[in-house]
Ligand binder design. Structure first.
Ligand SMILES: NC(=O)c1ccc[n+]([C@@H]2O[C@H](COP(=O)([O-])OP(=O)(O)OC[C@H]3O[C@@H](n4cnc5c(N)ncnc54)[C@H](OP(=O)(O)O)[C@@H]3O)[C@@H](O)[C@H]2O)c1
Length: 269
């Protein structure tokens, strides 16, 4: 496998870090990055070759990961148009850039996979939603999954319209959990705990609950019930959540994020 990245920022670094340590590392990883010091830093950290020129970086690559900001995507796509091999797979991680926008510039036949990773990808604990365009073979899908799988878990989404929901659930999701940790910390402080202790309790509880749920054979609701003794402290708290319409609030939040994503996509970001 020969892999090229266009853009050598946060997401590219996370993916390169994971994939360069995978059991079958790529034959080469090329990175196109305009900033010279950034290129040098990448070459020092990872087994990659940096290029100032995108077209030099992508030559002979099997797959090209577009890891630039959405507003830079039109420039990069214009540069790639007419310079790709027919089977070269294009993997886009740019938020809100649709397959239609990419294929409109690169041509309908070019295999394209659109992805939505999230920030825990930076420590190898992300989750990425992937959507394959019509030009993709099973081989292309496998390839894309291998690249994004280097930064955590992956899920395939067949309907591209649902990528905005993926963004609303897991793309933006880390912020929701941070917000809950903030709220739990503030509640602990309001009830008398020192700031630092409340923050530590809340954050480690979030980590422990997440890790435990991932390792458990029980589903989330069963795990919740397991810590909810009838008439006990947890039930008292959950009854308050419920009375405040917690689930409805989360539904409204995810709907708002999905609609915002749709609006941004249709207005080109
Ligand atoms: N960060 C996340 O958690 C996350 C989650 C989901 C999706 N995404 C998507 O991932 C993409 C990359 O995000 P990021 O956080 O990695 O951004 P980033 O850190 O800003 O990385 C983008 C890199 O691309 C470089 N670049 C700019 N123009 C270029 C060009 N014409 N050719 C090649 N490289 C160029 C930038 O260099 P300069 O800095 O010198 O301009 C920068 O190093 C975005 O589209 C974003 O929507 C990110």
């Amino acid at each position: 496998m020969k892999l090229a990245f266009v853009g050598g920022g946060n997401v590219a670094s996370a993916l390169i870090s994971g994939i360069s340590q995978s059991p079958l590392p790529p034959e080469f990883i090329h990175v196109s990055e305009p900033d010279e010091p950034a290129r040098r830093r990448l070459e020092e950290r990872f087994p990659v070759t940096g290029f100032a020129s995108t077209l030099e970086a992508i030559a002979t690559a099997h797959a090209i990961v577009l890891a630039v900001k959405p507003q830079v995507m039109p420039i990069v796509l214009d540069e790639l148009a007419g310079n790709l091999e027919p089977g070269q797979l294009v993997i886009s991680v740019a938020a809100g850039i649709t397959l239609g926008q990419i294929s409109g510039i690169l041509g309908q036949q070019q295999p394209v996979v659109r992805c939505m990773p999230n920030t825990p990808a930076l420590i190898g604990k992300g989750i990425t939603g992937l959507h394959a365009g019509p030009g993709c073979t099973e081989h292309h899908r496998h390839f894309a999954q291998r690249v994004l799988g280097a930064a955590g878990a992956t899920v395939w989404v067949d309907d591209e319209a649902l990528m905005d929901v993926v963004t609303a659930v897991s793309g933006s999701g880390p912020a929701y959990f941070y917000y809950l940790v903030e709220a739990l910390t503030e509640a602990g402080v309001a009830m008398g705990l020192p700031d630092e202790i409340a923050a530590k309790l809340a954050l480690h509880t979030a980590r422990g609950a997440g890790d435990m749920a991932l390792q458990s054979e029980l589903d989330i609701a069963a795990l919740r019930r397991a810590v909810t003794t009838p008439g006990g402290t947890t039930e008292a708290a959950l009854d308050e959540f419920s009375a405040c319409g917690f689930k409805e609030m989360v539904q409204r939040a995810v709907r708002a994020a999905t609609e915002r994503g749709r609006h941004l996509s249709s207005n080109g970001g």
